[in-house]
Design a binder for this molecule. Structure first.
Ligand SMILES: *Cc1c(COP(=O)(O)O)cnc(C)c1O
Length: 360
């Protein structure tokens, strides 16, 4: 039976990538060793690292005045690294909070500076939506403006980049980076924990505009210090080498799919199919305004929580696994990142349709 893994993170990786990693596990590039068993300073590894960065730059069209850092500590590491690295720009930072992750980023930043809430998710006619941010709402003296482009737990995606005037925009893109093309020049810092759309957990990819490298607090640990990481090409300390290798395979896979325009079209098709199934069912409920529905994490509730257990059990018996919603919101969540094939979503919607008919 085919297993379709809807886990929010660590999430499934493309089957082709996993097969290549398996094939190369014991003998990478004829070295008679695994890539995880060689020095990060070897010429072979350095070539891999540089290629991965180049492929990421190509995919996202990252301009030359941005550094790409392969850092430790996942997404939450950046919740602390961002305020520590930008504290020199100001005593306060402005936040848009749209759900669980941006709230946690807000709280963590408060240890290093004064976090200020500019706006947050609101509810109109029972549907969650995210108010637009315009420059007049932002404190021009703020060190930065932070938001999360995709709330993994809540299933809320923000597509418009906030208008902040001169204040650099910092975005947590952990769960929707590489899901569609992006205008990098609108951002000061983009960061993402790897385990949703990039590779294994532990790694964070940080894309930072180079004029922002000079503002760190002196207490910033060296391995989290953007300027230091950049100076050492992300090898100030030993990087998460195997995660970097797998990320590189994922970038190559994305290029082979035709790049981000192509993957975005597939992602739209997958999400539309699933939301259509929910909307037409008279059974499943999604409470996010259509403009802010996530294309990566589709959340929904059954009409009655007593059915949750059976739904999950029957889904699992069909090979549809890890659909349980986050404990903070309950219900169900189908995470359909880049690696989820269209067939997985078709299988899920077939099951959901059938389950609804039988349990109405
Ligand atoms: C998963 C996630 C994180 C946390 O990542 P960790 O690697 O567990 O620290 C942060 N932000 C978002 C949006 C996430 O989805």
């Amino acid at each position: 039976m085919t297993i379709y893994n809807f886990c929010a993170g660590p999430a499934m990786l493309p089957a082709d990538v996993m097969q290549q990693a398996q094939k190369e596990m014991l003998d990478w590039q004829g070295l008679g060793r695994s890539v995880m068993e060689i020095s990060h300073r070897s010429k072979e590894y350095i070539a891999l690292a540089e290629q991965a960065e180049q492929d990421l730059r190509d995919l996202l069209a990252i301009p030359d005045n941005y550094k790409v850092l392969f850092s430790h500590g996942g997404g939450r590491g950046q919740f602390a690294a961002v305020p520590m690295n930008l504290r020199g720009r100001g005593e306060t930072a402005d936040f848009l909070t749209t759900g669980s992750w941006s709230q946690d980023a807000f709280d963590e930043a408060s240890k290093y500076l004064s976090s200020h809430l500019v706006s947050k998710t609101a509810v109109k006619e029972g549907l969650s939506f995210v108010p637009s941010i315009t420059a007049d709402m932002v404190n021009p003296k703020a060190a930065y403006f932070h938001y999360c482009s995709n709330e993994t737990v809540d299933g809320i995606e923000v597509s418009d980049v906030p208008e902040t005037g001169e204040v650099p925009v910092v975005v947590d893109m952990s769960s929707n980076i590489l899901s569609k093309p992006l205008d990098i020049s609108k951002f000061g810092v983009i960061y993402a924990g790897a385990q949703k759309n990039i590779g294994p957990s532990g790694l964070a990819v940080v894309i930072v505009r180079d004029d922002l490298l000079d503002y760190a607090m002196t207490e910033t640990p060296s391995f989290m210090h953007y300027q230091t990481i950049a100076k050492f090409n992300s090898m100030y300390n030993t990087p998460p080498t195997y995660s970097w290798y797998l990320a590189g395979l994922v970038f190559k896979w994305l290029k082979a799919q035709g790049g981000l325009e192509k993957i975005a079209a597939v992602n739209t098709q997958k999400a539309e199919l699933l939301y259509q199934c929910i909307d037409e069912s008279d059974f499943y409920i999604n409470k996010v305004h259509p403009d802010f529905r996530s294309k990566m994490n589709v959340t929904f509730h059954l009409p009655n929580t007593d059915l949750d257990g059976v739904f999950l059990q029957e889904a699992e018996a069909e090979g549809l696994v890890a659909l349980k919603g986050h404990r903070k919101v309950g219900g169900m969540r189908a995470s359909i990142y880049n690696a989820m094939p269209l067939e997985g979503v078709v299988a899920l919607t077939n099951f959901m349709g059938d389950f609804a008919r039988r349990n109405k």
